[in-house]
Write a protein that binds this ligand. Structure first.
Ligand SMILES: Nc1ncnc2c1ncn2[C@@H]1O[C@H](COP(=O)(O)OP(=O)(O)OP(=O)(O)O)[C@@H](O)[C@H]1O
Length: 245
């Protein structure tokens, strides 16, 4: 039986007011099944980052609701939303955002320490091992390649066992072969660990690692593609961009 990890219901996100108002998301209703990998694609300005930020509790919709499991994020005050993000959501960005003075294992342990827990070395090493970095635990970010830094950032995002891991172009700063390594690792987190992943990407090859692609255009859902191939995603994007011109 499938279960939804995240549900967006009639989400509207408007920025600004009057003549300068922009509606980034129009009445968007969409859900993400637990234990699956979804890529979000669409032309520039179509609302991908806004969708991700609203779904992850980093931004609030103007109207509509966002449910993480049974919790309505839009009903939470700032304190509860901060705690929910800390305990139930993981986020990785294009820039790895690691603390340069901390080693890989200290960076990975940080979210648990901030939550008042003292993680055991074994716990931290186990997560580093899941991302293939057991032998880099004592290295600082500057001593690691871009792909290794992103894997540390992913280990840091999943150490608290979040219900959903969000990625905003997590391979956007990596060369294609390093990016593919990171994508294969994300795939393994889904296949072996049951992780739910939602990732924004511009890259059809990256999207082909997902179970499903969700296409956005002008802040509206513009179809989905299951078990996508890179060529099918690229063809769909070309059609969407041609329509937008
Ligand atoms: N803080 C903001 N203030 C005003 N307008 C905003 C703000 N954030 C986003 N927008 C607008 O909302 C729309 C959607 O932006 P968003 O960043 O979600 O698109 P995107 O699909 O992620 O774009 P890209 O692929 O270029 O990163 C755009 O028209 C953008 O200019």
């Amino acid at each position: 039986m499938t279960r939804d990890a995240i549900r967006l219901r009639q989400v509207v996100r408007r920025f600004g007011s009057g003549d300068a108002a922009v509606t980034a998301l129009h009445d968007l209703t969409l859900s993400f099944t637990a234990g699956t990998f979804t890529a979000v694609m669409g032309p520039s300005g179509s609302g991908k980052s806004t969708l991700l930020h609203c779904a992850a509790g980093l931004d609030r919709p103007t109207s509509g609701s966002v449910l993480l499991g049974e919790t309505d994020l839009t009903a939470l005050d700032e304190t509860r939303l901060t705690l929910l993000r800390r305990d139930r959501i993981g986020f990785v960005f294009q820039s790895f955002n690691l603390l340069p003075t901390l080693t890989a294992e200290q960076n990975v342990a940080l979210p648990l320490r901030l939550a008042g827990r003292r993680p055991s070395r074994g716990e931290v090493r186990a997560v580093l091992s899941r991302v293939g970095l057991s032998d880099r635990a004592r290295h600082r970010p500057q001593e690691l390649s871009g792909g290794q830094q992103q894997r540390v950032a992913i280990a840091r995002a999943v150490i608290s066992r979040p219900e959903v891991l969000f990625g905003d172009e997590p391979t956007g700063a990596l060369d294609s072969s390093t990016g593919r390594e990171v994508l294969r690792m994300l795939r393994t987190l889904v296949d072996d660990g049951g992780q739910t992943i939602v990732m924004v990407t511009h890259d059809p090859v990256a999207a082909a690692h997902a179970d499903r692609v969700v296409f956005l255009a002008d802040g509206r859902l513009h179809g989905t593609l299951d078990t996508p191939s890179a060529s099918a995603v690229a063809a769909r994007m070309t059609r969407m961009e041609a329509t937008a011109c």
